[in-house]
Design a protein around this ligand. Structure first.
Ligand SMILES: [Zn+2]
Length: 341
């Protein structure tokens, strides 16, 4: 695929369970135009695919006279089998089990389409356009703390897909073996402690169980708990809310310690809505990392190894890109080795 800077454009699609976002992109200008549609899951997958392809064709008509189309990248909730581009019972796209997403899109659009999981694409964008670029690294491991905990691993500017496209599922690594049951079938996954959903569930359970009297007081006064209201309460000094973020940070630190010991990449990035509370999560994350990973202790910024060999240091930092990361990743996918068929 040609990479003439400024001449080519791509179309990226972020297929979510709630929204469908389709954008045209060039390397020089970034996002040229974004179309936002609701994902009409109730109308069936053919209707969603029609909406998606209609928007792609709309952007093609708009920009193809000005630029040359370098490719189309699509991000989807997983599990996604690669290289087939087939979905396997995706919890966020009910009724799509066994759907050959890549083949169906290629048939309808009459051209090749690169498909990847949304968390992998967020990691790709964060690596090439966000924190990775700022730090000067082309490899990273990202955890996206949203409704669940997504994960993506980028090695040398390329998504590490694993043998069948399913690498990068550290959100379902076991943190506490007897923890709550996860929709994936396991118990005590990272996702059950460190997602936006998890902190709200924990707050409500502690209020009901009588172990969070300060939150209970506010709940009686009409406060509804979301990840954001809990973070606001914690920043104001509510000790129960602070404890919930400390516990989420602890789970993240345990998960990150295993990732650092396994991969020792230069950069671990935390993104997603929960990371707005980075300052609340941070103390417990680094306490656990220190305690559980000698690799981290040896390579953290300021360590003798890091001072001697700055490229060998291990950095753990919040993401830079925000909620557009997945869409941007879909847009740049056709420019990367993963996007070439
Ligand atoms: Zn799980």
């Amino acid at each position: 695929m040609a990479e003439r800077q400024g001449q080519n454009y791509t179309i990226g699609v972020d297929l979510g369970g709630t929204n469908l976002r389709i954008a045209a992109y060039t390397r020089d200008a970034g996002l040229l135009e974004t179309i936002l549609l609701p994902t009409r899951l109730a109308a069936g997958r053919d209707a969603v695919v029609d909406d998606l392809c209609g928007a792609v064709n709309n952007l093609k008509n708009r920009f193809s006279s000005e630029f040359e189309l370098a490719g189309i990248g699509v991000g989807t909730p997983g599990p996604l089998e690669l290289p087939a581009g087939r979905l396997h019972n995706p919890p966020n796209l009910p009724g799509w089990d066994g759907f050959d997403l890549r083949c169906e899109l290629e048939k309808k659009l009459q051209q090749s389409v690169a498909v990847e999981s949304d968390a992998n694409l967020a990691a790709l964008a964060e690596c090439l356009l966000g924190r990775g670029r700022t730090m000067g690294f082309d490899s990273l491991c990202m955890l996206t703390l949203g409704t669940g905990v997504g994960n993506g691993i980028i090695l040398g500017g390329k998504i590490f897909d694993g043998a069948a496209g399913m690498a990068g599922e550290a959100g379902h690594a076991t943190i506490f073996p007897d923890g709550p049951k996860c929709p994936c079938g396991n118990h005590g996954c990272l996702e059950m402690y460190a997602s936006a959903t998890a902190v709200v569930r924990t707050a409500n359970q502690r209020v009901e169980g009588g172990t969070a009297p300060l939150l209970a007081n506010e709940a009686r006064a009409g406060q509804k708990w979301s990840a954001r209201t809990l973070a606001e309460a914690a920043f104001k000094g509510n000790a129960d809310a602070r404890q919930i973020y400390t516990d989420a940070g602890r789970a993240l630190g345990i998960g990150l310690a295993a990732l650092v010991n396994t991969l020792q990449l230069p950069l671990y990035v935390l993104g997603g809505g929960l990371v707005q509370a980075w300052e609340l999560l941070k103390p417990a994350i680094f306490e656990e990392l220190h305690h559980r990973s000698y690799v981290y202790r040896l390579t953290e910024p300021g360590s003798p190894v890091a001072l001697h060999n700055p490229k060998g240091a291990t950095h753990v930092l919040p993401a830079e890109l925000g909620p557009d990361a997945g869409l941007l990743g879909a847009c740049i996918l056709p420019f990367t080795a993963n996007g070439r068929s």
